[in-house]
Design a protein around this ligand. Structure first.
Ligand SMILES: [Zn+2]
Length: 160
């Protein structure tokens, strides 16, 4: 589960999540206990808040007059939220896969441009910047990488 949190809330998010904190806590209290920068902790908590895994309420400290954030991690909801995020990522990857599979690209060996087949024709397969002949771009490696990532997500989803 925490490997999933780390995908969306970074390493520190994963650490916080794996602590299994029950009830409310303040971010400065946690920063002291863990020896992690408070800004890093807040960043992770707000990322988790955006996803609905964490919630907070603000309360003014009577002694200092500062606003304190009282956080609570939402473990019940985490599974649903992470499933949703993974599905979203997967759909994005599937669209990317479709684009890569259908498209034929040509690139300049000096990396000036990457163009479609049609554009390459109109350029007579010559790079307009450096005049080098354009080369056919083999997308199979990129496709394999995307497929691998989709398989990873499927595997994680099947364990949820
Ligand atoms: Zn070029």
């Amino acid at each position: 589960m925490s490997e999933l949190v780390s995908r969306v809330a970074g390493e520190i998010g994963a650490i916080l999540y794996s602590l299994g904190i029950e009830g409310e806590f303040t971010d400065d209290q946690l920063a002291l206990e863990l020896g992690i920068e408070i800004n890093e902790i807040r960043k992770a908590l707000f990322a988790m808040y955006e996803l609905g895994i964490a919630e907070y309420r603000r309360k003014k400290d009577d002694e200092t007059g500062w606003m304190e954030y009282y956080w609570k991690l939402n473990y019940d909801k985490a599974k649903v939220v992470l499933k949703r995020e993974l599905q979203k990522t997967k759909e994005k990857l599937l669209r990317k896969l479709e684009n890569e599979s259908n498209a034929v690209y040509y690139i300049c060996p000096n990396m000036c441009i990457k163009v479609s087949y049609d554009d390459a024709i109109s350029m007579n397969f010559i790079c307009p910047s450096c005049q080098n002949p354009l080369e056919f771009l083999d997308c199979s490696k990129a496709i394999a990488r995307i497929e691998e990532e989709i398989n990873n997500i499927d595997e994680i989803l099947s364990r949820l």
